[in-house]
Ligand binder design. Structure first.
Ligand code: SAM
Length: 346
């Protein structure tokens, strides 16, 4: 609305906002496909659909509104202008908290600061009789001309891409998600050349632990992640440890609590089960990597091209970061397997 009202109080601020935002609902179809990661493609399409629905709804409402009461000064409202407004808010509003609750606020000037996971400044909020004020203070001495960097939060590349239109190459908060599925675990077990019965035939006693992990039963939450500070979703790790446990190990399983079973450090059910679980996790990462249509090397070669669009480059950077995350997981898990093997030999 403010953008349509030339000369309004907020007009100077609105004029200084970027004309274009590089968020994915402005991507072309092929650029969206080039993200190569179904969970984020689903989110992009959902947001595009929501914008188109909003456009339709507003158009219907506005046909009934007399021209002198038109909220946008008679200007056409379409998905593109709505998308611009949404991107302006999603990429520039800061989540602020006080005693009354929390809200996302547009903070002119402060919103010129870029994001870093190693920021050199932070926002300070002060309450007084006059109201709430916000300022930025540096956490260390900044040379003249240095960028003032804030942290936008512990955000994954999915959120950075969808809300802000950029990604961070080695984002410590990024993850790759998969759906917990015993058929997938069986495939990974075979890929890791570990023999034994399929996981689908697991005993009732294991079933109850999988239910406690909320991976089985009504209302189970099946999304499990690789990456982030924990490297592997604790629930997936615990499930594999329990599924590999033999009936004879069962006493040992019952002596462990759920949080112990979910921790990557240690081998709560012994080295044999640990190695099998870790090898299966490596195979899952390799299978997930194989789902991407192109390799990291192919992507890096495409990235060297100079005629890529900004969105095309961003889509490539996004998918390379996901693939590298899986490679990092494979390497870290393989190091753990090697160290367990060394311990066994000693
Ligand atoms: C709150 S604004 C920051 C100021 C912005 N550079 C400007 O002057 O318009 C957020 C936008 O800045 C850009 N940005 C912030 N941090 C970034 C980073 N670390 N890498 C790339 N772009 C970044 C993104 O376009 C993001 O949507």
């Amino acid at each position: 609305m403010e953008r349509a009202h030339i000369g309004s109080f907020w007009w100077p601020y609105i004029c200084n906002l970027p004309q274009r935002f590089n968020v994915p609902f402005f991507f072309t179809g092929p650029e969206i496909t080039n993200l190569q990661y179904p969970p984020v493609i689903y989110q992009v399409k959902r947001r595009c659909r929501a914008l188109l629905d909003l456009e339709k709804e507003l158009r219907n409402i506005l046909t009934e509104v007399p021209s002198n009461q038109h909220p946008f000064g008679g200007q056409e409202v379409n998905a593109s202008s709505l998308g611009w407004a949404m991107a302006a808010v999603s990429s520039r509003a800061f989540q602020m908290h006080n005693s009354k609750g929390s809200a996302r606020l547009m903070l002119p000037l402060i919103d010129m600061c870029n994001h870093s996971f190693s920021p050199n400044a932070r926002i300070i909020q002060q309450e007084s009789k006059e109201g709430t004020s916000f300022s930025v203070i540096a956490d260390r001495h900044l040379e003249e001309g240095a960028d003032i960097l804030l942290t936008y939060g512990a955000l994954s590349n999915d959120i950075l891409l969808l809300d802000y239109g950029f990604v961070v190459a080695e984002n410590p908060h990024d993850f790759v998600e998969m759906r917990y599925d015993k058929a997938m675990l069986d495939a990974a077990r075979m890929a890791a050349r570990l023999n034994g019965d399929g996981f689908s035939q697991s005993a009732v006693s294991r079933q109850s632990i999988l239910e406690q992990l909320n991976l089985e039963g009504a209302g189970a939450s099946l999304q499990v992640n690789f990456g982030g500070p924990k490297l592997v979703d604790g629930r997936l790790l615990a499930a594999l440890r329990v599924l590999y446990a033999q009936d004879s190990d069962y006493d040992s399983v019952q002596q462990r609590n759920l949080s112990e079973l979910q921790m990557l450090d240690g081998a709560p059910l012994g080295d044999v089960i640990e190695k099998k679980s870790l090898k299966t996790l490596v195979a899952i990462c390799a299978l997930l990597l194989g789902h991407f249509p192109t390799s990291i090397t192919e992507d890096e070669n495409i990235l060297k091209k100079i005629d890529l669009t900004e969105a095309g480059r961003l889509a490539l950077e996004y998918r390379v970061a996901k693939k590298k995350l899986l490679v990092d997981c494979i390497q870290a898990l393989s190091r753990r397997i090697t160290s367990l093997e060394k311990d066994t030999m000693q």
